[in-house]
Design a binder for this molecule. Structure first.
Ligand SMILES: Nc1ncnc2c1ncn2[C@@H]1O[C@H](COP(=O)(O)OP(=O)(O)OP(=O)(O)O)[C@@H](O)[C@H]1O
Ligand SMILES: O=C(O)C1=C[C@@H](O)[C@@H](O)[C@H](O)C1
Length: 299
């Protein structure tokens, strides 16, 4: 399915948006949705335009649509041809999950480097969903090309305010896989947005995270970046302290995908050899068990 992204008046629907997050922003630039909504009242929300039954058919003003396409589709909207990463059986697992998902979005949560983007793109492809990276949407909304620069020029609080606005906007959409920022879980208001869909925690051991992150460098990750010292040791220490503060929040997710558990199922204990496809399959299995249990309870 080809989809595009537009801005139009929000209308009530099954997973309609919530009120504005509480707490005034100290931002110098307005938060994301107020910038999106700047043209005309009433406030507008990002809405996916597509051919599936969950999207609106309301008329869209061409100028607004053009602007919003420029804003967003260039960024993290991800579609490609058929996956070479997934075999027929694995696509079948996605087909099993789809009726239970019923168009709801999937939000991947987890520490920096846990594979939310890598695994999220695979999940989007096999589910026939669109992929978004919330960090990238914040960058676009603020008009600054990297999260590191947003932290530097403004503040972490400014970034977090915009992150909440982006998650609020996404929460009124359907059929998306969203890779959230590693710290999105710390604000309870963000959970109220993400819980409109299904939340999945990618739980990766900290030493594997530190290795992945130091392999690509910490410059793009402002909370980990250090000018001096052993990059692995510094990254590991910082990840440990962040994880201690956040682990209870990650555990709020509907489904937990533990890399240690996948490795054990495969008969070894080396999480570094797990492929993104194997992790995506486990995510589908965990989503399926959460959703089917929930369906049983409802009966
Ligand atoms: N299963 C895997 N095995 C080895 N490396 C991986 C795996 N999954 C992802 N990576 C690598 O780890 C790094 C981080 O992955 P990715 O960007 O998907 O994580 P993320 O959770 O989206 O990170 P962030 O929240 O910091 O944006 C990338 O370099 C990616 O190639
Ligand atoms: O873990 C975190 O707090 C962050 C993770 C990244 O995805 C970015 O959202 C930002 O660098 C903060």
């Amino acid at each position: 399915m080809e989809a595009s992204v537009g801005i139009q008046r929000a209308r009530p629907r099954a997973w309609a948006g919530l009120d504005k997050p509480h707490g005034a922003s100290s931002a110098r630039v307005p938060p994301a949705s107020s910038r999106f909504a700047a043209e005309k009242p009433p406030p507008q929300r990002l809405v996916l335009q597509g051919t599936h039954p969950w999207t609106s058919t309301d008329p869209v003003r061409p100028a607004v649509l053009k602007k919003s396409i420029t804003l967003l589709t260039k960024l993290s909207y991800f579609r490609s041809g058929k996956s070479i990463l997934f075999g027929i059986g694995n696509n079948q697992k996605a087909q099993d999950v789809l009726p239970y998902l019923d168009g709801r979005c999937v939000y991947l949560v987890g520490m920096m480097g846990s594979g939310k983007t890598t695994v999220g793109k695979i999940l989007a492809e096999v589910l026939g969903y669109s992929f978004f990276d919330s960090d990238k949407l914040v960058e676009k909304a603020v008009g600054i090309s990297s999260v590191a620069e947003i932290f530097q020029l403004h503040s972490e609080a400014f970034f977090r305010d915009n992150e909440s606005e982006v998650l609020r906007d996404l929460s009124s959409m359907h059929r998306l896989v969203v890779a959230t920022g590693g710290g999105a879980v710390i604000r309870p208001i963000n959970w109220s947005f993400m819980k409109k869909g299904l939340t999945v925690w990618l739980d990766v051991p900290l030493d594997a995270l530190a290795r992945r992150i130091t392999a690509v460098g910490t410059a793009s990750r402002p909370l980990l970046h250090q000018e001096s010292g052993d990059p692995y040791a510094k990254a590991y220490a910082k990840l440990t302290s962040l994880f201690e503060q956040r682990m209870d929040s990650y555990a709020n997710a509907d489904a937990r995908v533990s890399l240690e558990h996948i490795a054990l199922k495969q008969g070894h204990n080396d999480v570094t050899i797990l492929t993104p496809s194997a992790i995506a399959i486990e995510a589908l299995l965990k989503m399926e068990s959460f959703l089917t249990e929930k369906a049983m309870v409802r009966k």
